[in-house]
Design a protein around this ligand. Sequence first.
Ligand code: Q9C
Ligand code: ZN
Length: 340
Amino acid sequence: MIVFHAEASLLQNPPTFFRHGRLMPHPETAERYRVLRAAVEGAGHDLRLAGDTGEGPIRAVHNADYVDFLRTAWERRGELKNIGEELLATQFPRVGMDARPVGLQGQLGFYLGDTSTTIRQDTWAAAYGSAQVAVTAADHAAVAGGVTYALCRPPGHHAYAGYGSGFCYFNNAAIAAQRLRERLGGPVALLDIDVHHGNGTQGIFYTRADVLTLSIHADTSNYFPFYCGYADETGAGAGEGYNINVPLPHGSGDDVWLAAIRDGLARIAAFAPVALVVSLGLDASAEDPIGALKVSTDGFRQAGAHIAAAGHRTVLIQEGGYLCEALPRNLTAFLAGMAG
Ligand code: Q9C
Ligand code: ZN
C-alpha cells in the first residue's frame, strides 16, 4: 500500500499537559510518528513523502482567521510576559460569548478548545505538514483509486472549522474529504473509528448533505469530548440525516465494535459515495493508555477487511492511538486486513 508521510511530524513534541492537578506525560508525541512509520516500513509498504499544495486545501475547510492565528501565534508570544515553551489558554468562551478579542491571551481561548492543545514553537509546521499528508493522499486517491494511507501526525478529527482541540489543529480527514469532493464531483463519506467521537469533523459537515459523517466511538457521557457524540445528533438544515453517531458502551470489544462498523458500512453503501475517508484512530485498542474500548489486534485486521470489502476508493487518515506495545501491530494488522 502507498503510505504518505512528512518529516514535519517529528516537530511539536509536547512533553506534558496539566491534568488532575499535576503535570502528566502528554500522550500525543512525535514518538508516535516514529513508531507508526517504523511499523509500515517493517511491513514493506511503499513510503512516500507528501508534497506541498499550500494553504488552499486547508482554507477550503478552516476559517481564514483561525489559519492566520495558528501561523502567527508563536511569533506573537512577545505580547505576553515571561512566556515559557508553550502558549496555553486560561479562559474559554461559553455559549453567548461570541466576540473575538484582539489580544493573544484571549485569542488562545477563542482558537483552542482545551488545555491539552497548546501552541509551541513548531505547532504550525507540524500541523501544516500533517495536513499536506492528507491532501497528497487525497490527490493520489483521486487519480489512482484504490486505498491510500496518510500517516498524519498531529491528528485532526477534533479540530473544527474555527478552532483546534483534543490534540488536533487542522482536520486532516475533513481536508481530504473536501479535496475528494472537489476533485471527483460526487458525494463523499467519512467513517471515523477512533475511540473518541469525531466532533470536529461532525461540526464541519453538520449542515451539508454532500458529505456523510459517521462516527463509532466510546460513549461520551463520561468521556472526551463530553458535549457531543450522541445518537440524536443527526445533522441540521440541508444536512439533516447526514450525520450518524454510534456511541458504544465502555469496555465493548471486537464483536460490538465490528458489528457497528459493518452496520456503518451498510449506511455508507446506501449513500453511494464516490470516495470514503476513514478516520483511523487506533485508540479503540484494549491496550491504549487513554482508550475506553477493548478491540484486539485481530479486531483491527477484521475492521480493515470489512472496509476493503466495501470496495470504495479509500483514503485512510491516521488519527489517535497512543504509545503501547500493541500500537504498531494494530496498524499493520489493519493494513493487512485492507490488503486482503
Ligand atoms: N488522559 C485523539 O485521539 N483527553 N484525541 C485527554 C488524557 C483528550 C484525544 C485525556 C483526548 C483527545 C485524536
Ligand atoms: Zn482518539
